[in-house]
Design a protein around this ligand. Structure first.
Ligand SMILES: [Zn+2]
Length: 477
């Protein structure tokens, strides 16, 4: 009865080296149904652990923003466009993508690199989105009694504890048990068929080339034969059959043929991942051969410039990038790298100028907001950084990167109260209320805040303390 959800939770835990003891707060998960709100809450807690503590979480705002753009483009035309989605990237060369409860979808860098077209990449996202819109996770977790859920949660904690502990044998035992249980997991065949069907419709609605789906899955299947018993993780949780591929092909044949050009961002994000992989010297060689194959491709030139930058060859990187920039259409990827190179040369003024101009050309690009704030801090303009970050926060209150930058900018200005008040929000958003409360206590004692600021700190402190009491009570129930 409780094997499936246990496997689900354990597989969530095992998908990552999450070194954490905080168990997902299952709150008022009812005995009969996992409500969308409860599902979102479980997902939120897992994702905050991943972002905060998992070394393989890819903290790259440019690539994350790209994956979110594609994901949201698909989600907006799915059969349930009102659902919330968040996409994130895991630095892992294996082929995998997975949906956590609550619409959090993770993508391995290996999958993004293995896709030959943007439509292929989108097809996997479409399939994952369909698992969420069809509420497959809720159905798997669903119908369990609350005590079973709590038992699973404590087992999950045991596994996490074993993983973060240096006692290898204990970790191996826990992992072995979990592995045995994990093999029970996998969406059922009917869930897979449904996700294929619904995902394909979404792919078509979003204007992608629908042939990307059977094409990519067929290549995945071929790759699986080479792996023999060690199939890619994706295929272990999404069992792929010849029948599934034949179904997809039949559907695609009745759809309209569409030639779709990959977006520049698809190519730039892949070039960045390749340039950042492995040893810098190997990456330079890899990107040189990429560029030799496609000398006119701006992304290939950008990738080589980034690999050279990584290898510390700043002059060559700058020259290469200038050559790309002279011919390519304007691109935020190119401007961000120009600024990074300038910062590495301790030329903050140029970095700021480059990014301010780029912001005017690409006002909706969040990665530029972070890069500009960082350049202003490093370039000795913390007050300008504060102003820019505060403007961005108006519409993105729950963005921990912005709060982190704000805290750094205030620290440079010597504003201790404001610094710790911002840091408190970073911890809150990363799921650690005790650490957030501690920061607010430091802020209230710092002695450099005015009356209004201190009142705001106290109000926030009371609010978070109350929330902590409620969370602890929920866990005891
Ligand atoms: Zn699936």
């Amino acid at each position: 009865m409780m094997r499936r959800p246990l496997a689900l939770l354990l597989s969530l835990a095992l998908a990552f080296p999450v070194h954490a003891y905080d168990l997902p707060d299952l709150g008022d998960v009812a005995a009969t149904e996992l409500s969308p709100a409860a599902e979102r809450r479980i997902g939120e807690q897992i994702i905050s652990q991943i972002r905060w503590r998992d070394a393989s979480y890819l903290d790259d705002p440019e690539v994350e923003e790209y994956v979110n753009r594609i994901g949201h483009k698909l989600a907006a035309v799915s059969n349930n466009p009102g659902l919330e989605f968040d996409f994130f990237v895991v630095s892992d060369s294996t082929l995998n993508a997975f949906a956590l409860p609550g619409g959090y979808i993770g993508v391995h860098t290996g999958l993004l690199l293995a896709a030959q077209t943007e439509s292929e990449f989108a097809s996997v996202l479409g399939h994952e989105i369909a698992h969420v819109t069809q509420r497959h996770i809720a159905q798997i977790v669903g119908k369990q009694s609350q005590s079973a859920m709590l038992m699973m949660a404590s087992l999950l904690v045991a596994v996490l504890a074993a993983r973060s502990n240096s006692d290898v044998s204990q970790a191996a035992i826990a992992a072995g048990q979990a592995g045995a249980i994990q093999s029970q997991l996998g969406y059922t065949r009917s869930f897979e068929r449904e996700a294929d069907r619904v995902g394909l419709e979404t792919l078509e609605n979003a204007g992608f080339d629908v042939r990307g789906m059977p094409g990519f899955f067929e290549r995945l299947q071929r790759a699986t034969r080479m792996y023999e018993n060690n199939a890619p993780a994706y295929l272990r949780t999404h069992p792929l059959t010849t029948e599934r591929i034949a179904d997809m092909e039949n559907r695609v044949n009745s759809m309209r043929y569409r030639q779709v050009v990959d977006s520049p961002d698809f190519n730039f994000s892949r070039a960045k991942l390749r340039a950042n992989a492995g040893l810098a010297t190997d990456a330079v060689r890899d990107m040189e051969s990429q560029l030799a194959q496609a000398p006119a491709d701006p992304a290939a030139g950008y990738g080589l410039a980034r690999a050279l930058f990584r290898a510390g060859r700043l002059d060559e990187a700058a020259q290469r990038l200038d050559a790309v920039r002279a011919k390519a259409p304007p691109s935020p990827w190119i401007e961000t790298l120009r600024a990074e190179i300038a910062l590495a040369r301790k030329d903050g003024a140029t970095a700021i100028k480059v990014l301010e101009a780029a912001m005017r050309s690409f006002p909706s690009n969040h990665a530029l907001v972070y890069a500009l704030a960082n350049a202003r801090i490093l370039g000795g303009q913390p007050q300008a950084a504060v102003e820019g970050i505060r403007r961005a926060l108006d519409s993105r209150q729950s963005d921990p990167r912005l709060w982190q930058l704000l805290s750094r900018a205030y620290a440079d200005l010597g504003k201790v109260t404001a610094q710790h008040r911002a840091q408190a929000e970073v911890y809150r958003l990363r799921g650690s209320l005790p650490a957030a409360i501690e920061q607010l206590e430091i802020a209230s004692r710092a002695g450099d805040g005015d009356f209004y600021e201190l009142s705001a700190v106290d109000a926030r402190l009371r609010e978070l303390k109350q929330r902590l009491i409620e969370e602890r009570r929920d866990r005891k129930d």
